[in-house]
Design a protein around this ligand. Structure first.
Ligand code: SAM
Ligand code: DTB
Ligand code: SF4
Length: 330
């Protein structure tokens, strides 16, 4: 019998999972992974920053916050055609999901939002799962995005409720939850996870997973990011995330949210193939990659390097994804 999907986890239960001896934890996660997923397949996604830098928020990890003196070049909203061309390239390189990110605090009902709506329509027409991450949304804005064909909205919790104001002061944890609720209500799938390496404790990591795993419906997608240390941000001198911390976080996320896609997101540039292999063994089943070799503003491995790694590890890019399943079901 399959492991049941539970939304009533307690902090103690998640802590017990998280604190298992590492090899036991990985074995447990790898077993759960195989119940719900084909462990040979990894979803390949491409990320594009459609509006870069100049953000009014003060997220202390982020190179795009206007108030920090980083080397990042501000870039206004890209032309729709440029974005569609990037999406087509991503598709040609084997991506099935395309995520457009904007360095905004929130979406405003203006011409830029109209252009985002056109981008969503255009990328959706290419047959890709379209994802956006644009900051806070109202319910009406979420509905507009859904009607344009948006498949997923990324809005990370980033850290625990308790640690939140140590990392961001310009918005609250509750603001984050409200947007996630608006996305859910509009019928868009939820992509929400966080970052490790911000200076949080193990308890904060467990608390963040608890919030995600006790939502009425688990996020369909859970990105686990290792802090990408950006020069000029308050966290630039934080220690590099230990690979086993990353593996432990991925494995726990996999066990408490068995059906979700667990995305090995920021941090791969500092990991070798062996280290990434442990992340896949622990239940990660998605990566961001592409020709541009960047995430938003930080470096990332390129698609040809990643495809070589897949070959070595006997992994293949996922071709069938939720959208296809929905199509064939009709
Ligand atoms: N501005 C929107 C927001 O904050 O939701 C969307 C873009 S924001 C860059 C998307 C996510 O990227 C953040 O929530 C955070 O989890 C992640 N992120 C940003 N900077 C990062 C960094 N330096 N290292 C790891 N993850 C980072
Ligand atoms: C997510 O959780 N990670 C991606 C995506 N969602 C938007 C962003 C990672 C950003 C890493 C640092 C940078 O390049 O700005
Ligand atoms: Fe702005 Fe998002 Fe960066 Fe925070 S994470 S500073 S909201 S772009």
């Amino acid at each position: 019998m399959k492991t049941t999907i539970r939304n009533n986890w307690t902090k103690q239960e998640i802590q017990q999972i998280y604190d298992q001896p590492l090899m036991e934890l990985i074995y447990h996660a790898a077993s759960v992974h195989r119940e719900y997923h084909n462990a040979a397949e990894v979803q390949v996604c491409t990320l594009l920053s459609v509006k870069t830098g100049g953000c009014p928020e003060d997220c202390s990890y982020c190179g795009q916050a206007a108030r920090y003196h980083t080397d990042i070049k501000v870039q206004a909203l890209l032309p729709t055609q440029t974005v569609i061309e990037h999406a087509q390239k991503a598709k040609n390189n084997g991506s099935t999901r395309f995520c457009m990110a904007a360095a905004w605090r929130e979406v405003r009902d203006n011409r830029d939002f109209d252009r985002i709506i056109d981008m969503v329509k255009g990328v959706n027409d290419l047959g890709l799962e379209v994802c956006c991450t644009l900051g806070m949304l109202t319910e009406q804005q979420a509905i507009r995005l859904q009607e344009a064909g948006l498949h997923a909205y990324n809005h990370n919790l980033d850290t625990s409720e308790q640690y939140y104001d140590g990392i961001i002061s310009t918005r609250t944890f509750d603001n984050r939850i409200n947007t996630i609720n608006h996305v859910r209500k509009a019928g868009i799938t939820v992509c929400s996870g966080g970052i490790i390496g911000l200076g949080e404790s193990h308890i904060d990591r467990i608390a963040m997973l608890l919030t995600l795993a006790t939502m009425p419906k688990h996020p369909e997608s859970v990105p686990v990011n290792a802090l990408a240390r950006v020069k000029g941000t308050p966290l630039e001198n934080n220690a590099k995330v230990d690979i086993w911390d990353m593996v432990r976080m991925i494995a726990t996320a996999r066990i408490v949210m068995p059906k979700s896609m667990v995305r090995l997101s920021a941090g791969r540039i500092e990991m070798n193939e062996t280290e990434q292999a442990w992340c896949f063994m622990a239940g990660a089943n998605s990566i961001f990659t592409g020709e541009r070799e960047t995430l938003l503003v930080t470096p990332n491995p390129g698609v040809s390097e990643d495809m070589k790694m897949f070959q070595t590890l006997g992994l293949k890019p996922m071709v069938k994804h939720m959208k296809d399943e929905a199509c064939t079901a009709h």
